[in-house]
Design a protein. Sequence first.
Length: 143
Amino acid sequence: MEQHNGQQKPKVAFLCVHNSCRSQMAEALRKKLASDVFESYSAGTEPASRINAQAVRLMQQVYGIQMEESQYNKPLSQLPPVDVVVTMGCNVQRPTLPCSHREDWGLEDPSGKEDSAFFQVMDRIEEKVLDLKRRIQRGKLGQ
């Protein structure tokens, strides 16, 4: 496990139903914006067969991230033990995934919508990832 200031980095699971859009974007943005503070994984309760092509295209366009090179759709069973569970707000059934902190980000699913809907969700995910990073750094996860 990676170390952060001599301590193990917390592991965060980003969860949604299909693990094809929001949870994948959150995993990718964590790698870009917060890899020094926490590790992350994404998974779905009913994983789709592939990552949303629109999400892949727009993450490449906006952030220069090529999600399909290092990420794939996964079921919850492929996750390692995690410290934090973040659901994306997609009415994902409360998975019985042990963790010390759980929160829901309440994000609309942009799948099948215009690019502008994706941009809005991407902006919110960036804000939320940076907020989670700050809270972990300050030891104030529950706030």
